[in-house]
Each structure stands twice: as structure tokens, then as C-alpha cells.
Design a protein around this ligand. Structure first.
Ligand SMILES: O=C(O)CCC(=O)C(=O)O
Ligand SMILES: [Fe+2]
Length: 383
């Protein structure tokens, strides 16, 4: 494999050549030309035909599509001379490349898919910025022999600081060239309209170990459910807090990519689900509001909260204001609250390797003081 471009600007990416033995890709391309099991995938900014190889399993050398009830009497298979795309050796080699190129640890999961864009189709500008549990790194291999510029379907690396995107680099989707990149809020790219023939690309998708796909269920969905549960049956001080939140218009207050009310309530609900004492859970809620509301309003939210709750919240607020607080000599209640705060923010921020490293460093040594459920998440994200 040859690296023809390698850069961190405007985001981490590499342009590649001679990725696989050419015959392998030529065989795959010939097969795809006559393939009929495509899935039409349309979204606001793109329209493509997709072949999701995750739905296929190796069986006697060929790749067989797992049957789904609605397709009981159709079966799709990919011949043995193309089954190499799902070989562990291929998946592991590309993973190692991405790990070395971008200096990140990647999870064992890999998702593989083939895109086919026919005349008139394109993929509009997007960045694939990873939310919790979403893929973080991708390796795209082009599959088009005899490609000429008039075929269209160029791949564009885009830079978007302000309103107007600029073309940073154009890549022709010529067979055995490729593009590897790290998804982030800056990783804008697009595929121009196909003008002639069909444009195929083979895409390997990977996840950073700190943003594993199961975090969607284990964290994002769980937190949503927990929040709904506490709302359905508000006990203790919660009814009062909900009333105060309305007055404070927490739902209207933006926080990261969400609002302050959701963040505060999720923090409360997560701490509660870990079996934390009510005062610690409320301290979580109070802390979350501290930053965004003015001093007089804080006194409103103080109504009803016990002094120990306020003490924790106030103390924690001071601590969290410090960019890299040393948590190791803090009381365990503060460590737990800090960890919950990091987790809840994950749902409303984008994953980044740098943030993950900082968190890992900050949270070092607190593991033994976490409740079981929190310890499980800690291991899932930082181990
Ligand atoms: O099909 C392609 O060439 C690129 C698709 C894309 O946007 C991606 O893989 O993130
Ligand atoms: Fe993309």
C-alpha cells in the first residue's frame, strides 16, 4: 500500500494507492456489475445503492446472506473469489493501518459495506461526526477501472470553517485508490454527481475503543430510559425541582448539542440508577444548572435542597471549573458525580480521541470507588 497524501489539515486523513492486489478488486468489481441484491438508501443529503456485507456470512467459501423473513425465497450469495473482503486478515490489516496512521486504539468491530452510485446520484457534503457509539474511522477503497473525469463521482475533501465550504482535495475514484479518515466535526467530504456508468466503493468502518457500538444501548438508550422513568414517577424532591426547572426555562437553555434540562435530569437519573443517595443525585441536578443560570436564579433552585446537597453541588462546581481537576484525592461521592457528568455529556457531544485521553487520565484510580454499574461502564470505555 502506498500513501500519496497524509495530513491533519483540515482533518486527519490519508490518500492511498495500491491497496490490495489488483486482481482481487477486479473480480469483485465484475461480480458487483451483475449483482441485483442492492438496498436503495435515501437520506436528505444522499442517494445510493448499498450492499451491506454485515448481513453476509461465510459458508463453504462463499458469502451467504442471512435470510430475513421478508426475503424468505430469495437468497443472495457472493462468490468465493470475492469472499476475501470479509477475511480477518484483511479487516485486521486495515485496522492496524488506521491505528498506526491516526495513533488511536480501535475496537475489534468492523462493518463492511459497498456503495453503488448510478448516473445522477451523489453524496452531499457531510462530516460523519461521531455521536456516542458511532463509527470513528473509515477506510474507503475505490473500485472503478477505466475511470475518466467525465464519469463524474469525484470524491471531495472539504474544508468548512465559516459558511462556505472550500475544496481541499479532489480524489478520482480509480480502482485500488482509497481514502482513510478520522470522523470529526471538521471531517467534511462529498461525492460529486455520477454522470456516466456506475461508481462503486468498498467501505470498511471502525470504532475507537472508547466509542464502542454497544455504548448506544449501554449508555445513550439507557440514559434516555432512565430519564423517562424518573419523569413518569417523580418522587422525593423531584416534583419541586421540575417546577423550578420550568420557571428557570431549563429546556430553552442550550447546552452543547442538547438542552440544560435534559442534561441535568439525565445526570440525576443516572446517579439514581447507580443506587446513589438522593442528596448526591440532587447535587448532580443542581450542579448541572449552576453554570448557566444567574445568581438570583440559583437561589430559586436552592429552595428545598438540603445543605449537604448544596455543599456537594457547590464543591463540585468549583472542581469542574478547573480544567483538569485531580480526582484521586477527592471523596468518592465527588468521583462518582464527576464520572456521571462525563458520561451524560457523551450523549450530547461528539467523540474525540483527545477528550477520551484526557478523561482517562482524570479518572485514573477512581475505578474502585464506583458503584458496580458505573464500574462496568468505566471498563467499557477506558479499559
Ligand atoms: O462512497 C464513497 O466514496 C464515500 C462514502 C462516504 O461518505 C463515507 O464513506 O463516509
Ligand atoms: Fe461519509
Amino acid at each position: 500500500m502506498d500513501i500519496t497524501t497524509r495530513t491533519k489539515q483540515p482533518y486527519n486523513y490519508a490518500v492511498l494507492d495500491n491497496i490490495f492486489p489488483l486482481e482481487r478488486l477486479s473480480e469483485l468489481r465484475s461480480f458487483l456489475t451483475g449483482f441485483s441484491g442492492w438496498f436503495f438508501h435515501k437520506q436528505s443529503f444522499f442517494e445510493v445503492y448499498e450492499l451491506n456485507l454485515d448481513e453476509y456470512e461465510k459458508s463453504d467459501g462463499v458469502l451467504l446472506k442471512r435470510t430475513v423473513p421478508e426475503e424468505e425465497n430469495i437468497s443472495f450469495s457472493i462468490p468465493s473469489d470475492c469472499s476475501w473482503v470479509k477475511d480477518d486478515s484483511v479487516i485486521n490489516e486495515l485496522r492496524s493501518f488506521l491505528e498506526q496512521e491516526f495513533l488511536v486504539p480501535l475496537d475489534s468491530t468492523c462493518s463492511i459495506c459497498i456503495n453503488c452510485l448510478v448516473e445522477g446520484q451523489s453524496i452531499g457534503m457531510h462530516n460523519d461526526a461521531p455521536r456516542i457509539g458511532f463509527a470513528t474511522h473509515r477506510f474507503v477503497v475505490n473500485l472503478n477501472p477505466d475511470y475518466v473525469d467525465s464519469d463524474g463521482g469525484h470524491f471531495y475533501v472539504l474544508k468548512k470553517d465559516g459558511e462556505k465550504p472550500e475544496i481541499e482535495k479532489m480524489i478520482r475514484p480509480i480502482i485500488n485508490t482509497g481514502f482513510a479518515f478520522e470522523s470529526s466535526p471538521a471531517s467534511f467530504h462529498a461525492v460529486g454527481k455520477v454522470k456516466e456508468g456506475s461508481r462503486f466503493s468498498l467501505i470498511f468502518t471502525y470504532w475507537h475503543v472508547g466509542n464502542k457500538v454497544i455504548l448506544k444501548q449501554e449508555l445513550a438508550e439507557k440514559i434516555t430510559v432512565l430519564k423517562e422513568e424518573v419523569l413518569r414517577n417523580p418522587t422525593g424532591l423531584l416534583p419541586l425541582i421540575l417546577e423550578e426547572s420550568k420557571k428557570l426555562q431549563l429546556k430553552e437553555a442550550l447546552y452543547e448539542n442538547g438542552n440544560l434540562f435534559d442534561y441535568a435530569l439525565e445526570l440525576y437519573a443516572l446517579l439514581k440508577s447507580w443506587g446513589c443517595k438522593e442528596n448526591l443525585c440532587f447535587a448532580g441536578f443542581a450542579f448541572a444548572c449552576w453554570n448557566k443560570i444567574n445568581a438570583e436564579k440559583i437561589s430559586d433552585i436552592k429552595i428545598g435542597l438540603g445543605s449537604d446537597t448544596l455543599f456537594i453541588a457547590e464543591y463540585f462546581y468549583g472542581l469542574a471549573g478547573n480544567n483538569s481537576p485531580d480526582l484521586s484525592d477527592q471523596p468518592s461521592s465527588i468521583q462518582i458525580l464527576y464520572f456521571a457528568h462525563i458520561l451524560v455529556r457523551k450523549r450530547i457531544t461528539f467523540f474525540s480521541h483527545e477528550n477520551w485521553l484526557t478523561e482517562k487520565e482524570q479518572l485514573r484510580g477512581i475505578e474502585g470507588n464506583l458503584p458496580d454499574e458505573a464500574g462496568y461502564l468505566y471498563n467499557l470505555i477506558y479499559k
